[in-house]
Design a protein around this ligand. Structure first.
Ligand code: FES
Length: 83
């Protein structure tokens, strides 16, 4: 079985109100060929407090932090990782 790409979605209040609520349904919005390749997890805060100018919402894909995350950006990143 292939190792899954771990996608953490921030559901902390700051990210949630800034668009994170859309990301929590990521799995249902991914193209079907990617659905089995990822494991989506919720995280309380991925580290916005460490940035001087945080740009929420945040996600983390295979350990790499992404700011201003969107379904589209996350999908592109997953595509690039499975290639
Ligand atoms: S609340 Fe989302 S990264 Fe901090």
């Amino acid at each position: 079985m292939d190792k899954k790409i771990i996608v953490k979605i921030c559901v902390g209040t700051y990210c949630y109100v800034m668009g994170g609520y859309e990301l929590k349904d990521l799995k249902s919005k991914l193209p079907s060929h990617l659905v089995d390749k990822v494991k989506v997890e919720a995280s309380v805060c991925l580290g916005c407090d460490k940035s001087a100018k945080p740009i929420p919402p945040y996600a983390e894909i295979d350990g790499e932090l992404m700011e201003a995350a969107s379904i589209e950006k996350i999908t592109k990143k997953i595509e690039s990782l499975i290639r």
